[in-house]
Design a protein around this ligand. Structure first.
Ligand code: GH3
Ligand code: MG
Ligand code: MG
Ligand code: MG
Length: 312
């Protein structure tokens, strides 16, 4: 049968899904292992502490978690997973023999996606694992589509706006510095006209990768702001450091050496950059848009002064 043209590609990754199996009884762990071996890449832990360690190191796609364990029990493990940014969204299925009629409710209310009673029925476990992996991968895909720019792979405008609001509020609260660099490719309309739209797309990908490579702190964000404009959001970065980074980015983009006959300088593609910084105590009336506006005004000035430069 031929799939209809509108069928979306499967959300499942090409690699084997990664599962973490947690049970303090080796025999139970063996049963789960035998049930799921082959189709999945399996990691195992025999206690709560170990489960947390393996989870944050391996970042599994799904966790099958025993409830009753010595030391940290399943509920505590789940609560701690939710507190860590990189493990917060990993779905957890509780697996337990513990009786009591409210146990199922407690498991689900604790934030587990499902509940499997022991002794397990292997084919039911396999089916539920499949279902929850499908949901997980679909969620990942939707998140990517919602927050990542399709052309360049950096954050999109939506993600930038959300992060800017969060970082702005945090900076206001702590009176800390928050900087923004706006990057606009120079004479890019001419680049498209000279070399074609495809080459233009390639150039945008290269510029985005270059920015991402050199904007390195884990709290920094590189985003595509618009057509040939990018933004670098830099929490806890003061004006001097932001300007220094912008100068470095300017040099790195130029050093890509993308030929541009009608470029601003040196026959290569360049960019102009505007830098703005929020600092000091909170001003109640200020909004995040102010930072964008200030950076944009500096960018405009950089263009006016001849392009391929930083204004701050
Ligand atoms: P300036 O130096 O003043 O910034 O001039 P410019 O030509 O770069 O600026 P302008 O705003 O006039 O043109 C931007 C160009 O960027 C026009 C548009 O076609 C192109 N562009 C925007 N998005 C994309 C894209 O996704 N792919 C390609 N290939 N081009 C794009
Ligand atoms: Mg147990
Ligand atoms: Mg522009
Ligand atoms: Mg431009």
């Amino acid at each position: 049968m031929v799939a209809p043209e509108h069928t979306p590609p499967s959300a499942w990754p090409a690699r084997k899904p990664r599962l973490l199996l947690v049970d303090d009884q080796p025999v139970q762990l063996q049963v789960l292992y035998r049930t799921l071996a082959g189709e999945y890449q399996l990691f195992m832990a025999t206690g709560g502490e170990q489960a947390l360690k393996v989870a944050s190191e391996q970042l599994p796609d799904l966790i099958l978690l025993d409830v009753v364990m010595d030391g940290l029990d399943g509920f505590e493990v789940l609560a701690r997973l939710r507190q860590q940014r990189d493990t917060a969204d990993i779905p957890v299925i509780f697996v337990t023999a513990r009786g009591g009629e409210d146990i199922e409710t407690r498991c689900l209310e604790a934030g587990a996606v499902d509940f499997i009673p022991k002794p397990i029925n292997p084919s039911v476990v396999r089916a539920r694992v499949r279902t929850h992996l499908t949901l997980k991968f679909q969620t990942d895909l939707l998140r990517t589509l919602a927050y990542v720019d399709g052309l360049t792979g950096v954050a999109n405008r939506r993600q930038l706006d959300q992060r800017l609001a969060i970082e702005w509020a945090r900076a206001q609260r702590h009176g800390s510095a928050l900087s923004l660099i706006l990057v606009d490719v120079d004479h890019f309309k001419a680049y498209n006209d000279l070399y074609g739209h495809q080459a233009g797309d390639d150039a945008l990908r290269l510029v985005a990768a270059c920015l991402r490579e050199h904007v390195r702190r884990s709290t920094d964000l590189v985003a595509r702001y618009g057509g040939e404009e990018f933004a670098c959001l830099l929490p806890d970065t003061d004006a001097d450091d932001a300007r220094a980074l912008a100068e470095a980015l300017l040099a790195e983009v130029r050093a890509l050496g993308i030929p541009h006959r009608q470029g601003a300088v040196g026959g290569v593609l360049t960019a102009s950059m505007g830098v703005a910084t929020r600092r000091g105590p909170a001003h109640p009336g200020w909004q995040p848009a102010l930072l964008l506006g200030l950076a944009d005004a500096q960018l405009y000035e950089a263009k006016r002064l001849g392009r391929a430069r930083v204004c701050a």
